[in-house]
Design a protein around this ligand. Structure first.
Ligand code: MRU
Length: 345
């Protein structure tokens, strides 16, 4: 295990799910104890846990808690009574396809279970968690091979240990490339309005001994024009069949600017983020969140009284602006539909 890998935010502890409350970082490290599927759905919706793979893993443990509850209450009919709670999980956030992927993987087991489902489902959720970490470590290796010594990189939002089972997707590549001494400079967008960059990415990189410089989103052109970075490295919430990428709003801006200045864009995501049923980015549902998140900050208003806000939390980067997609099954240069079909076969 590389030494730059100390952060974990999701743990199953005997009979409950423990989540590091990401809303409080970096000021406070508080673990929440979740014992019901309702609490799990609320934790996903309210951003206690966020990041596509982390949401998927959390939902898998949510299915365990739901099955345990329903089997205890109605042992003869638990497969029927659980359905509303599965819907609750699926509706918690719309864009990250990992949520649906993991709930479907878990529910695929239900028909064959004839006794108490808890242990069988728990084993599957733990497998999903472990496989995600293994995928990230492998993607870290694959992605870091593309980065020449002396490089500078810019990342957006948080696609790290906190956003996954551990190690991270984009930050996994940065961790590996840093360990290989290929990266000299790491920049992170602060990522308004939730500040996943300045609160979370900076926290976990610094904790693992990787220095990071924060920039406001508007500094991206200046950074690239100045020759400070060679790669934009980001994660994804969903990748459509044609290679379009849904990721934290602002990702498309970076890809456009990067193309202009000859900087390359790398998207790092596990297969569970690829949705071949979604033909293009136009078909990906984009989550809209409350205007208050933009109008206020840390509990106080920062906007002129009467201003309103438009708050989409993801955007679509066209495949044509993506140089490389890194998955645990391999790297796709210049993604197009045919290459994704081949990868997913
Ligand atoms: O709103 P968030 O914080 O859940 O958004 C997270 C992102 O956009 C990440 O970049 C994405 O989920 C990939 S995480 C490996």
């Amino acid at each position: 295990m590389p030494t730059t890998d100390t952060v974990r935010a999701i743990e199953w502890r005997v009979d409950h799910l423990a989540l590091l409350d990401q809303r409080l970082l970096p000021d406070e490290e508080r673990w929440l104890r979740l014992t019901t599927v309702q609490e799990v759905a609320a934790a996903i919706r309210d951003m206690v846990v966020r990041g596509a793979p982390a949401i998927g893993i959390t939902a898998a443990f949510g299915v365990v808690l739901a099955a345990h509850q329903h089997y205890a209450q109605t042992p003869g009919r638990w497969r029927d009574t659980i359905q509303d709670d599965l819907g609750l999980l699926l509706d918690a956030r719309p864009t990250a396809v990992n949520l649906r992927w993991s709930v479907e993987r878990m529910t695929g087991l239900l028909t064959d279970i004839s006794t108490d489902p808890t242990q069988i489902l728990l084993a599957e959720a733990q497998r999903i968690h472990a496989e995600d970490i293994a995928a990230n470590l492998h993607m870290g290796e694959l992605g870091s091979r593309l980065i020449a010594p002396g490089s500078g990189v810019l990342t957006h939002c948080n696609a790290g240990s906190l956003a996954t089972g551990g190690y991270g997707t984009a930050l996994g590549v940065i961790r590996s490339a840093w360990s290989e001494q290929c990266i000299d400079r790491v920049y992170a967008d602060e990522t308004r309005p939730w500040l996943q960059g300045s609160r979370l990415t900076a926290w976990e990189l610094l904790r693992d001994g990787i220095p990071v410089q924060l920039v406001v989103e508007g500094a991206a052109s200046a950074l690239m024009a100045g020759g400070h970075i060679d790669w934009v490295i980001v994660g994804a919430d969903r990748i459509a069949a044609n290679g379009d990428i849904a990721n934290k709003v602002g990702t498309c801006n970076l890809a456009i600017i990067a193309r202009h200045f000859g900087v390359r864009t790398m998207v790092v995501a596990p297969l569970s983020t690829i949705d071949m049923a979604c033909p293009s980015g136009k078909d990906i549902p984009i989550e809209m969140r409350a205007a208050d998140e933009v109008l206020g900050f840390a509990g106080r208003s920062v906007a002129a009284q009467g201003a309103t806000a438009w708050n989409p939390v993801f955007d679509i980067t066209p495949a044509a602006l993506v140089d490389v997609i890194v998955t645990e099954r391999g790297v796709i240069q210049d993604p197009v539909k045919e290459k994704l079909i081949k990868l997913m076969r």
